[in-house]
Design a protein around this ligand. Sequence first.
Ligand code: SF4
Length: 181
Amino acid sequence: MDPDANEEELWENICIIHPDISDENRSFLKECLKATRNVPIRPWTETDILVRSDRAGIHGLLDKYNATTGEYTLTRCTNAPRIGCWPDDALRAAAFLICLEETCTTKVDGIYIEYIPSGIVRYFKPTPKDRRMVLQLIHKVRDIDKGIFPEKPLNPPCFRCSFLERCQQNKPRRLSFLFKK
Ligand code: SF4
């Protein structure tokens, strides 16, 4: 297919899906098409599949499923890291696998992550640590929903946090709180 015609067709579809999209994003589309020119885009038979886990209490839309191969893909519009995947994508993949284990009959070990602007596809198998992090995050979000402010982590990104002025976690505290039982 003529690459220019392809870009035109894609841009028209994007404008239908996002009528308010700015023309400036067209250059991003061009870059993505250039990056993926020699990389086979992950095939699919279904997109935006709703998956859920009642046990973990989460749900989400998975980007692609290929019924022919039984493979799942997350599509990201960020550049790929040097190796593996970004930490938030590891959590995303682990959360989707937790959901898929409840909604699918077949065992799923990992998930493909395609970093479109880099033209890179990586296969990622979430570890038990990634799954544990997902559960910890779910519990934290539930606490926040209940109005409980989360404990300050060891290295929070306070210097770029918009809540810095109001944050109770940065008020001076007696060292004894570290040793309380
Ligand atoms: S200022 Fe408070 S809310 Fe923001 S990162 Fe630091 S500890 Fe977390």
